[in-house]
Design a protein around this ligand. Structure first.
Ligand SMILES: C[S@@+](CC[C@H](N)C(=O)[O-])C[C@H]1O[C@@H](n2cnc3c(N)ncnc32)[C@H](O)[C@@H]1O
Length: 286
């Protein structure tokens, strides 16, 4: 049969085991993300768009290019495409309740002039802005109590997610994930781009690109770190390394929030759990 009558889409070719292993090795060294076995389908579906954009004949050809010294841009695009950016507003609820009911009153009592919060692996910004909305609600309920100025720093390895975070504008699909009607009305305005967050929520939030495998030195120190639903993608060694460096990035008396299925136990001893009733936070051991 004349194959030109039935051309294969560029990304339909099966990925050989050798190419799959090469992609896994590249991804782990570039981002710490461990794909595990037999996720060929995931690679093919996530890299399909890049195959077309960069004019490769197949995912295999793209992967072999990575091996032979691809451009910085292609390497970054591949990492971006391979990240899982699943997120939602006020994810799991309890971290934001604990922040409001336990941690903010504690920091208010300490009377520090500045409270710095890091939303590490912030994806498209929902976690960072949920923290900011929590601060606004706390300030409304407790006028004048929190005298510190609050800065929230959202970081992620994915430039495409950070672009969404910086616009602070979300479509109906994004808005529908975890945001109450009351909060939508209070914190968003309808705009040509979708639902635009108010300046009040945006003003205390900034975003920058950061690979959690790289140094945190330029970020400065934080009072609270949210590092949620990202450690699950890393090896035990990377988890330990990240957690130990996060302990150093915390000011004395600081706290770390992890995702519901994540814990330092078994990876490092630097953190101890603090049970706050509805959930657990971690603080560096003295
Ligand atoms: C599943 S999302 C979690 C988002 C948010 N923290 C939450 O809990 O809803 C994981 C995020 O981690 C980011 N990520 C993966 N590897 C990373 C790395 N090495 N450095 C920084 N961010 C990374 C991904 O780009 C993605 O946006």
């Amino acid at each position: 049969m004349d194959s030109s009558l039935n051309p294969k889409p560029a990304d339909s070719g099966a990925l050989s085991d050798a190419d799959y292993q090469a992609l896994c090795a590249f991804l782990e060294s570039a981002s710490g993300i461990v794909l595990g076995d037999n996720k060929h389908y995931l690679v093919v579906s996530r890299l399909g768009r890049l195959v077309k954009e960069h004019d490769f004949a197949s995912v295999g050809e793209l992967v072999r290019k990575l091996d032979k010294g691809a451009s910085m841009r292609l390497r970054q695009d591949v990492v971006d495409a391979m990240t899982t950016n699943e997120t939602m507003w006020f994810r799991d609820t309890y971290p934001f309740e604990l922040l409001s009911e336990k941690l903010l009153p504690e920091f208010a009592r300490r009377e520090a002039s500045r409270l710095r919060i890091w939303s590490a692996a912030c994806s498209s910004g929902q976690e960072s802005y949920s923290i900011s909305m929590t601060i606004s609600e706390f300030n409304q309920k407790n006028p004048g109590l929190l005298r510190s100025s609050v800065e929230i720093v959202g970081t992620d390895i994915s430039p495409s997610m950070l672009e969404i975070a910086r616009t602070a504008c979300y479509d109906d699909l994004f808005i529908g994930r975890g945001l109450s009607e009351e909060r939508r009305q209070r914190f968003f305005r309808q705009a040509p781009c979708g639902w635009q967050l108010t300046d009040e929520v945006r003003a205390r939030t900034r975003f920058s690109e950061l690979n959690l495998m790289a140094s945190y030195a330029l970020l400065g120190r934080f009072d609270i770190i949210f590092c949620r639903n990202v450690l699950i993608y890393f090896s035990a060694e990377s988890k330990r390394d990240i957690l130990e460096r996060m302990a150093q990035a915390l000011n004395p008396g600081g706290y770390l929030f992890l995702g519901g299925s994540e814990s330092p136990t078994g990876y490092t001893e630097v953190f101890e759990p603090v049970n706050l009733g509805r959930g657990v936070v971690y603080r560096p051991r003295r």
